[in-house]
Design a protein around this ligand. Structure first.
Ligand code: PBG
Length: 326
């Protein structure tokens, strides 16, 4: 190792061309997944107040967003459903004519090349807002597995390209893999929310998806933000159960986890820059306190630098425009 004055780090930072030449991390639109919220109706595009630039849309409007995603060269879209009505069990999650199932059929028939990933969970469909079967104020693990598997199979039948379970029940990847295989979907990949933390950064999403738990919180199933080794146990468990892609969520406060998961597993890793991370930066940008475009690109490149192959972000379309401009 040479030292000053032989070594001068600034030599390679002098011009844009030099900086480009030695840049270690490249972003591309194909690595970005855009989360979208689909709701009933027609011609609906209802902005989510705490997420500037994000709306809940009916299926016809969703197809327009899908077209934009395709034109921008995005990796794909990640779909969340907001049903008309909810019940105790969350039956809307697996009904054949459910909101997501219909939206997937429409997207795949209109835009067959668009990669459609579906979030598999019950919390958007249950009246209590929890991610599983509730009994005596607690969420039961094993009885929930069967329901999640049903939901995943219904998404597969509708034409989803990837299913993404986000509930954090134990054994759900195994249950979903078995159910998919039994139904002939043995080639359908699973992207599991493997290390999903009980985070305060999901607040705006729960407004958008109307999925705030009616009582208690999700700490009995989502992970404690203080833990790192436990994330590795969760990730390995999901891989052994059949996950093809593993996700860490949220992203920026958990880049150490992203890094460790990539280093130790070598598996495809997704990082989800969640609603609260997005909302905080957008709010500061709206006030003129931060340069919105620059923090967006810095956040995304940091996720990629830490080891994420796939970046899930509400900025996907804006970032793709920036990347195409160079
Ligand atoms: C459903 C789910 C959540 C998010 C993705 N899938 C919310 C939660 O666990 O409460 C959060 C996404 C975001 O905040 O952007 N279980």
């Amino acid at each position: 190792m040479t030292a000053f004055p032989e070594f001068r780090g600034r030599r390679l930072r002098r011009t844009p061309a030099l900086r480009r030449l030695v840049r270690e991390t490249q972003l591309s639109p194909s690595r970005l997944l855009l989360p979208l919220f689909v709701c009933p109706g027609e011609g609906v595009r209802e902005p989510v107040p705490s997420m500037p630039g994000v709306s809940r849309t009916s299926t016809d409007e969703l197809v327009r967003d899908g077209e934009r995603a395709l034109e921008s060269g995005l990796g794909g879209v990640l779909l969340f459903g907001i049903p008309d009505s909810k019940d105790d069990e969350g039956t809307g999650a697996w009904s054949e004519d459910g909101i997501v199932q219909g939206a997937v059929r429409e997207l795949k028939s209109r835009l067959p090349e668009l990669l459609v990933v579906t979030d598999v969970c019950l919390c958007e469909y249950t009246s209590h807002g929890h991610c599983g079967v509730v009994q005596e104020g607690g969420v039961l693990n094993d009885p929930t597995l069967e329901l999640l598997a049903r939901a995943a199979v219904s998404h597969a039948r509708a034409g989803a390209d990837v299913v993404a379970p986000s509930d954090m029940m134990d054994g759900r990847v195994w249950a979903i893999r078995q159910a998919l295989d039994d139904e002939g979907f043995d080639e359908l990949p699973i992207m599991s929310y493997a290390a999903k933390y009980a985070s305060a950064f999901y607040g705006p999403f729960r407004d958008a998806a109307d999925s705030t738990p009616a009582f208690g919180d999700r700490r009995a199933y989502q992970m404690d933000p203080a833990n790192q080794d436990e994330a590795m146990r969760e990730v390995w468990a999901d891989i052994e159960e059949g996950a093809d892609i593993v996700m860490v969520k949220p992203a920026l406060p958990y880049l150490d986890i992203v890094h460790r998961v990539k280093e130790e597993t070598g598996w495809p890793v997704a990082a989800y820059h969640v609603s609260g991370e997005y909302a905080a930066l957008m709010a500061a940008a709206e006030r003129g306190w931060l340069d919105g475009d620059r923090v967006m690109m810095e956040a995304l490149v940091s996720m990629a630098r830490a080891g994420a192959d796939i970046l899930i972000t509400y900025w996907a379309l804006e970032a793709a425009v920036r990347l195409q401009r160079g």
